[in-house]
Design a protein around this ligand. Structure first.
Ligand code: SF4
Length: 287
């Protein structure tokens, strides 16, 4: 089997930064807690948890967290993952006397800052993305009335406003963002400002995958099914007319996927480690 691999794939700088911060804190012997999985990859999360990183769902699950500033023993460190969080949560971490280490990606921080500025300038802010995604839940905390639009069904929720500003979840596809912006524009708002907050790393991975789709008979997109950017990559490949399989690793591969095919493409989301991609490519080539 001939295998072509996307130029841009796998770990982005935001994910690498979060992992290296976690490794550094654990190597220093800190007791580190993370609110939710640090990244969308089971193997990496398991490796870090074996090294001592504890995943919790809320601050109350952190020992000594119930009573503000009443900590006995080593002070827990709370690591904010690259998705970021609401500002109130970061404040609460400090109020409880925990150490806060912020691994929020600089591009997510940029989106948070833009939301806050646009709100202060009097815009009704709209974010195009998944309302349940932790990044979106964090970003909407930066202004009181941010509205999330996931698809055309949500357009009716947009209030009449003379000043509208639209931004995107960083990992959303540019194609869908443009489509939703076009639909909103049909609402004839007096002023409509669009700020493209799609992350460069995501955009490059998407361009690279589209390029590959034109050269192969089947595409494999590697990454967790919880990873928004991996799902977007898989949807994009599918929309580009190529049979696409979103798999987490080689274990999910079936020879039926490449029956009667000679050339396959491989790409991976921003939280997929290199070794998973390399193992997959080597096994596929060997068929
Ligand atoms: S996908 Fe983009 S925004 Fe998200 S962590 Fe990576 S670099 Fe940052």
């Amino acid at each position: 089997m001939e295998v072509l691999v996307a130029d841009k794939k796998g770990f982005c700088f935001g994910v690498k930064h979060a992992i290296s911060l976690a490794e550094k804190l654990l190597a220093e012997g800190k007791k580190v807690y993370c609110l939710g999985d640090l990244i969308h990859n089971k193997q990496v999360v398991n490796r870090l948890s074996q090294a001592g990183l504890e995943v919790v769902e809320n601050l109350d699950q952190i020992p000594s967290g119930a009573a503000p500033n009443q900590i006995s023993g080593p002070i827990p460190t709370v690591l904010i993952r690259s998705h970021g969080c609401r500002p109130e949560l970061a404040e609460e971490v400090k109020k409880r006397g925990f150490h806060l280490v912020d691994a929020t990606c600089i591009l997510v921080k940029h989106a948070q800052k833009i939301v806050s500025e646009l709100d202060q300038q009097g815009y009704q802010v709209i974010i195009v993305g998944d309302p349940n995604h932790p990044e979106v839940q964090g970003v909407i905390g930066y202004a009181p009335d941010v509205l999330v639009v996931e698809n055309e069904n949500d357009l009716v929720k947009i209030p009449r406003s003379s000043k509208l500003a639209v931004i995107s979840q960083t990992t959303h596809s540019a194609e869908d963002f443009g489509r939703i912006v076009g639909l909103i524009a049909m609402g004839s708002y007096e002023e409509m400002k669009v700020v493209n907050t799609i992350c460069r790393e995501t955009a490059r991975r998407q361009d690279s995958a589209i390029n590959l789709c034109q050269q192969v008979e089947v595409m494999f997109v590697l990454g967790s099914r919880h990873s928004a950017n991996t799902r977007e990559l898989a949807n994009l490949c599918q929309r580009n007319g190529v049979e696409t399989h979103h798999l987490q690793n080689w274990e999910e591969f079936s020879p039926d996927f490449v029956k009667d095919k000679h050339r396959a493409g491989v790409t991976a989301g921003a939280s997929t480690p290199d070794w998973i991609i390399e193992e997959f490519v080597e096994n596929l080539k060997a068929l």
